[in-house]
Design a protein around this ligand. Structure first.
Ligand SMILES: *Cc1c(COP(=O)(O)O)cnc(C)c1O
Length: 401
């Protein structure tokens, strides 16, 4: 009998363990130097100016929505084929989520559908777009930026599936997911099924210094610790009149809570694990791309295949997706053989919560059809050649091939 093969799995090395243990023995378990180290290394990796580490990807999305000032009734567009958090962040702030259908070939938010929504309402109706680099395939954000500028709206790139992914822009330059050249803000997750595992963890990247400052503040309770930014007087801070005594500075203990923020911090030992994992990120992507090439070759001429992720330049391959007939049969057959394929995703607009807000079957036909056929195959750097061959063989044998 073979070992169980999941669709995704983290990879923890001795070096990772050593990084965590040495942080546990240091002075800081949280709010120490490992956070800034991880942020700097991550910004460098995705080619952005700033990075802000947070407790998970969902917290990252929430802070982005807050920093962009999403309010009651604000309309924001996203894709239904994503993890619910991409949409939920808008709801946390009282905004309205408007789902737009996907492209049947790329499975990404279809820009033409987004344009139709924007054109149908007076300018100012929509405030932003949350495109998702779904499965690890980079959204063409250059095109989305152009559209966003026409309508004066912001972009949050949900890049949870795509650290290290990129697309080639109109000048044939590589544009890395989350590099901040087109999106206002981008977010990542370090949940163990994602490329870089911290247990829980997230990151926001941006090139915008105002948004960066705001995120830092919102991450810790809305607290500001900077003499130049205080709103209360020095007299108040000191507790007595200081004009006569010549004191010019705020006392060292002083700080101000200026906004309603949260505690969305990452711990230092998680950041140490993240930095250690990040060193192997490129190697991991190379392995994922090799696995994708093999799947693509194995299934390219099979008549039971209705579509697949395929080989796409810059794809980060968080997932490798097949579209098949008799998906339930295949899923169960693979399980019998201890191959734990997964389904990504149940369309978000048809979750009971979003149905309760008025969404129904038939609203987004391409996404709904995609859901009926999709299945995510095992895809992670430590998947062995034998294991991948076993997966391919079992899929072929299920369809009598
Ligand atoms: C994983 C994921 C999230 C949420 O990240 P968490 O760290 O689990 O909160 C958001 N969006 C997408 C597309 C994801 O895959």
């Amino acid at each position: 009998m073979n070992n169980p093969i999941p669709y995704g799995r983290q990879n923890i090395t001795e070096e990772d363990i050593e990084a965590v243990v040495s942080t546990l023995k240091s002075d800081y378990l949280t709010q120490g130097p490992k956070i800034a180290e991880f942020e700097e290394a991550f910004a460098n990796y995705v080619d952005s100016k700033f990075a802000v580490a947070v407790s998970n990807g969902t917290a990252a999305l929430h802070l982005c929505a807050l920093a962009l000032n999403v309010k009651q009734g604000d309309k924001v567009i996203t894709t239904p084929i994503t993890f619910a958090a991409s949409a939920n962040c808008v709801r946390y702030c009282g905004g309205e989520v408007v789902f737009a259908d996907i492209d049947p070939e790329t499975y990404l938010l279809d820009i033409d559908n987004v344009r139709k929504l924007l054109e149908a309402e007076p300018k100012g109706t929509y405030k932003g777009i949350v495109p998702v680099d779904f499965a690890g395939r980079a959204v063409d954000l250059e095109a989305f930026r152009k559209l966003a500028e026409e309508y004066d709206i912001w972009i949050i790139e949900d890049s949870c599936h795509a650290p290290g992914g990129f697309f080639a822009d109109s000048k044939n330059q590589k544009q890395f997911c989350g590099n901040g050249n087109f999106a206002d803000l981008a977010i990542f997750s370090f949940h163990p099924v994602k490329h870089i595992a911290c247990g829980e963890g997230g990151m926001i990247t941006t090139n915008n210094d105002k948004l960066y400052e705001k995120l830092l503040q919102l991450r810790t309770h809305g607290i500001v610790k900077d003499d130049n930014k205080y709103k209360n007087s020095i007299d108040f801070a000191v507790g007595s009149s200081v004009s006569s005594s010549g004191v010019e500075n705020y006392p060292n203990w002083y700080m101000e809570m200026q906004d309603l923020g949260y505690n969305y911090r990452l711990t230092d030992f998680q950041a140490a694990l993240g930095s250690s994992q990040l060193k192997r990120a490129e190697e991991g992507i190379e392995k994922r791309r090799a696995l994708a090439t093999k799947y693509q070759e194995a299934f390219k001429n099979k008549n039971f295949i209705k579509g697949q992720s395929g080989v796409v330049e810059g794809h980060a391959y968080h997932l490798y997706i097949l579209k098949v007939e008799n998906r339930l049969g295949l899923y169960n057959y693979l399980r019998e053989n201890k191959i734990f394929a997964q389904i990504h995703y149940i369309p978000c607009h048809l979750m009971p919560y979003y149905r309760s807000l008025g969404w129904e079957e038939g609203d987004l036909p391409v996404a709904e059809q995609y859901y009926k056929n999709c299945i995510s195959l095992p895809m992670f750097p430590s998947l062995t050649e034998d294991e991948q061959e076993f997966v391919i063989e079992k899929i072929n044998s299920f369809y009598g091939d």
